[in-house]
Design a protein around this ligand. Structure first.
Ligand code: ARG
Length: 569
């Protein structure tokens, strides 16, 4: 497909002797298409060339040689050069490309097969999988899919919180009251109860606390009984988490959690010691980060125990070696900002090279806020993600029963829409911003929602089905599609690949999510003002192909976000 932006950059480059890649960064897509399809601002050149921007714009316009088949006209507007592309050609190019590549449309190879390691979800054993974990899970999975699509090889890691002194307490609690709780059928809640109870007892009785510490020590030394219990807690918790992952369609390549790094922290400490920067402070060993404006990063506590940060440093070292990553991404709540800033700084002392330490990326996400009173919860504050997903499905099922009771495969469709709505709601909000959880907004079929996009997708399907045939691209008269609504659609379709790439470059899923809303809306306007199936075969053919193209991109885009598309609803 012709890359118009690149063509313009190349053409300007011939006139003003600046590298096309640099020029390409300056080129903008004007919000108002009356200002052209691409605009080149001359302001940045003014200083270097010692001329006013409009003068530069005029000079480039005079000298530039453009193929009329690509660019229909160039105009100077203030300090801008506005380029108007040949719409006819755009339409033809897009339709041919989509028709050819189908679900592969928009794929590029920027990654060259290099690994991108993505650490997401990562809940804690024997603790609830809360609504914040839902957010990292869906953001991480979307990034996973997107990086694969642009030629990287994604490695998904569930860095389970399966280690720490709390296990000494849980073991003690289980020893005392294990038979009173039904851990197998309701693991997380029951383990939580034990944990709360043992904590109470620890506060009252110093001896119990001591026994908990002993248990943890024994666990570290490989005591059989303690280890067995730890394995059990881990297994039942994972089984529970898997129920959620099954519903969401979440996949991981590795389940190496914190415990995986127990025997790998020694090397981290050695390496840090060798730099001479690991210093004693109140009995603990720390790396001072004052010159970076941060509190010290504790590596070993005063009792010799390692902590979360040390395990993360061991993980960085392990991931650098095992995956030779181009990027290592972490998706967590913004509360962990300082933690990641600290360990990324300390990681520079591990000797893995600047390429890697410069590509450690933390993606913090905002809180999930509930629109109070609108969500039924069983226990008040802690909302079980599973209940929430089931509630989404139930609500969609009700809507289907009311609007289209004879629909086949209702259950499967309700699941795709309900879960899709929750995922989309999480991804379409800028990641760092808080997400509001409100069923009325999320499930609005006319809003900026997952269900809306699915609804428009299903419309494209039913139009094609009604027509009963797929027109041949050779037969299509592209000039028929040269109207305002159709052009809006084509301009968006043309951008798809760039959108996916910038979603990855900025690690910001809302870019793709918002784009899909725009695309769905643009098709809806087209549909409202153009009768698709008519007596006129030429017209029908062209409009059907546009319809197919939109459906295809909506589906590919939503699948990248980790959302399944129903074929009917
Ligand atoms: N277990 C942590 C939590 O639930 C998240 C872990 C994130 N990953 C990491 N490598 N630190 O908050």
């Amino acid at each position: 497909m012709i890359n118009f932006k690149k063509y313009i950059a190349d053409s300007i480059s011939k006139v003003i002797n600046i590298e096309p890649d640099e020029l390409s960064n300056y080129i903008e897509i004007p919000k108002d298409s009356n200002m052209g399809d691409y605009a080149f601002p001359c302001f940045r050149l003014a200083k270097e060339l010692r001329k006013a921007p409009p003068v530069i714009a005029n000079e480039i316009k005079e000298k530039i040689e453009l193929n009329k088949d690509y660019i229909e006209k160039v105009e100077v507007a203030g300090g801008y050069l506005n380029f108007y592309i040949n719409n006819q050609l755009l339409i033809e190019e897009v339709l041919k490309e989509i028709n050819n590549k189908k679900e592969e449309y928009g794929k590029v190879n920027i990654g060259n097969g290099r690994n991108v390691v993505i650490d997401y979800s990562s809940p804690n054993i024997a603790k609830p999988f809360h609504i914040g974990h839902l957010r990292t899970t869906v953001i991480g999975q979307a990034l996973y899919n997107i990086y694969n699509f642009i030629g990287y090889h994604s490695v998904g890691i569930n860095h389970l919180g399966d280690y720490g002194t709390q296990f000494g307490k849980l073991i003690e609690g289980y020893k005392l009251w294990g038979n009173e709780y039904d851990i197998d059928s309701n693991p997380i809640e029951e383990l939580m109860k034990i944990y709360v109870r043992i904590n109470e007892l620890c506060k009252e009785d110093e001896n119990v606390l001591e026994r908990c510490r002993e248990n943890f020590k024994k666990l570290e030394e490989g005591d059989e009984y303690c280890h067995e219990l730890w394995v059990k807690f881990r297994e039942v918790s994972i089984k529970e988490f898997n129920k959620i992952y099954d519903m969401l369609g979440t996949k991981f390549d590795s389940w190496n959690g914190e415990s995986f790094y127990i025997d790998k922290m020694g090397e981290v400490i050695e390496k840090l010691e060798a730099t001479g920067k690991l210093v004693e402070s109140e009995g603990a060993k720390v790396i001072d980060l004052e010159d970076k404006g941060m509190p010290p990063c504790i590596i070993c506590k005063s009792n010799g125990a390692s902590i979360y940060a040390t395990r993360d440093l061991a993980a960085i070292l392990y991931r650098a070696r095992t995956y030779d990553f181009a990027k290592a991404i972490y998706v967590t709540a913004y509360e962990q900002n300082l933690h990641f800033k600290q360990i990324f700084e300390v990681a520079k002392l591990l000797g893995i090279g600047e390429e890697k330490t410069n590509n450690l990326i933390h993606i913090p996400y905002g809180m999930v806020r509930l629109a109070t009173g609108k969500m039924s919860t069983r226990e008040g504050t802690i909302i079980k993600v599973q209940d929430l997903l089931n509630e989404a499905i139930d609500k969609v099922r009700e809507i289907i029963e009311a609007k289209n009771p004879s629909l086949e495969n209702k259950e499967e469709i309700a699941k795709k829409i309900g879960i899709g709505a929750v995922i989309f709601n999480n991804l379409s909000t800028t990641i760092i911003k808080d997400v509001v959880f409100d069923w009325n907004i999320m499930l609005n079929f006319n809003g900026e929602t997952g269900p809306y996009i699915q609804y428009i997708y299903v419309r494209t399907k039913s139009v094609l089905e009604k027509a009963g045939y797929m027109p041949k691209i050779e037969d299509v008269d592209f000039s028929i599609l040269n109207n305002k609504e159709a052009l809006n659609v084509f301009k968006l379709l043309y951008q798809f690949s760039d959108i996916v790439v910038s979603t990855a470059n900025k690690n910001e899923t809302s870019i793709l999510a918002r784009y899909l809303i725009d695309l769905a809306q643009s098709y809806s306007s087209f549909y409202d003002s153009n009768k698709i199936i008519s007596e006129d075969k030429k017209n029908t053919d062209a409009r059907l192909l546009l319809t197919y193209a939109v459906g295809n991109v909506l589906k590919v885009g939503m699948n990248l976000l980790g959302i399944e598309m129903p074929e009917r609803m």
